[in-house]
Ligand binder design. Structure first.
Ligand SMILES: C[S@@+](CC[C@H](N)C(=O)[O-])C[C@H]1O[C@@H](n2cnc3c(N)ncnc32)[C@H](O)[C@@H]1O
Length: 375
């Protein structure tokens, strides 16, 4: 028998009552259960928490995204009202750094209203503390509640926490992957008895030919379509930054992180961050399907370099004490570099605009194109 948590007991009860539970439902409960969900009950970020995100690595990340937003404001004709919307803003660090960078542009800074879409009450309090005294900030439970108008939408490490379906290829077709109980009442993976009718018709051609045993992951496209529709109709741009792959493919990326290490997603319900890689190909196709224009993806390293992160690092280092200077250099390496712990190539950046915007800074610079080369 594995170590139990209150959520483990609750999920076991649900499986006994209703049978095997699809992976998406398990993930949803682990993250969003009204009482024990991981994102309902805690601040998971930073050295003391379970993982560190790019804005927590270095102020340069948020500053450059602030300047990126300024380029979108200009490209949309410098509107009198401009919204900065962030989905899943963590501790509010990125927004705070972005706003600080934007203070140097008073004509834009005066037009900004900030909208944070956040479900986590603990993080909302942190965001309030971080952003107190800055421009009008409003919190929303849902993206659809954000008032209309031209905007920039930020989503950093947001899509990876949205629940995924896992489908397993069998001779009989594609079956939903489920979680069930073994004889000792541990959670184990299984597959639904019957295939999902017609599922293969929804798959990209390469994935349709996958061999038995292959796993394909997909997320509902509700969120990306809502973002794309808003940008299509009300102008501005969205930037989605996350770990993931450039082309839809088979593979099992369902994972748990606790205390900065990988954990078993089935052994830590409600106690670890449970995520899966983002399929940027699927996001791009969904955004295009509603008539938005897609830019990239490019790697995070390439995006930040094109926005001038190296120059910004040098400027900060010139004024810094030697130990702070070392921190800036290691932040730069972590945000832009590859290898162990490096976010530069694992993370991708996708831009969404309306059809009238031909290029987005850092993403669709014509001379560089897409150099990600797959995930
Ligand atoms: C991995 S954290 C990323 C935080 C932040 N963007 C950063 O980079 O530091 C995920 C964020 O999304 C929020 N979140 C998770 N599920 C959400 C949902 N369904 N709606 C809105 N926010 C959500 C979490 O509370 C958290 O703020």
């Amino acid at each position: 028998m594995i170590e139990t948590s209150p959520l483990h007991t609750e999920i076991k009860r649900l499986i006994k009552a209703s049978g095997p539970m699809p992976v998406w439902r398990y993930m949803e409960l682990c993250l969003m259960h009204p009482e024990h969900g991981y994102y309902i009950s805690r601040d998971p970020l930073g050295r003391e928490g379970d993982f560190t995100t790019a804005p927590e690595v270095s102020q340069m990340f948020g500053e450059l995204l602030g300047l990126w937003a300024a380029s979108i404001w200009k490209a949309t004709g410098s509107p009198q009202q401009f919204r900065l919307i962030e989905l899943g803003p963590g501790r509010g660090t990125m927004m705070s750094d972005a706003l600080r960078a934007l203070r140097v542009l008073p004509p834009l800074y005066q037009t900004i209203s900030v909208h944070l879409v956040e479900v986590n009450p603990v993080l909302r309090e942190k965001q309030k503390a971080t952003l107190t005294g800055l421009r009008n900030v409003t919190w929303h439970d849902n993206f659809d509640d954000v008032p209309e108008g031209p905007s920039v939408i930020f989503a950093n490490e947001y899509f990876d926490v949205l629940p995924i379906h896992q489908m397993v290829r069998r001779e009989s077709g594609w079956h939903e992957r489920v979680i069930e109980l073994d004889e000792e009442e541990n959670f184990v993976y299984g597959t639904a008895a019957d295939p999902t009718p017609g599922f293969e018709l929804l798959l990209p051609p390469l994935v349709r030919a996958a061999p038995p045993g292959a796993i394909f992951e997909w997320r509902p496209n509700t969120e990306i379509m809502a973002i794309a529709r808003r940008i299509r109709d009300q102008h501005g741009a969205a930037v989605i930054i996350d770990y993931g792959h450039v082309r839809s493919d088979v593979g099992d990326t369902f994972q748990a992180i606790a205390r900065h290490s990988f954990a078993d997603p089935l052994k830590t319900p409600g106690l670890a961050d449970i995520t899966a890689h983002v399929d940027f190909d699927a996001l791009a196709r969904s955004a295009e399907a509603v008539g938005a224009r897609v830019h990239g993806p490019v790697t995070q390293g390439e995006f930040l370099q094109r926005l001038g992160i190296e120059t910004r690092a040098l400027t900060l280092m010139q004024k810094a004490a030697p130990d702070v200077s070392e921190d800036i250099a290691s932040g730069l390496k972590r945000l832009t570099g590859g290898g162990r712990g490096g976010m530069g190539s694992l993370f991708k950046v996708l831009g969404v605009s309306d059809q009238s915007t031909p290029a987005l800074a850092g993403i669709s610079d014509e001379h560089t194109g897409d150099k990600t080369g797959g995930a």
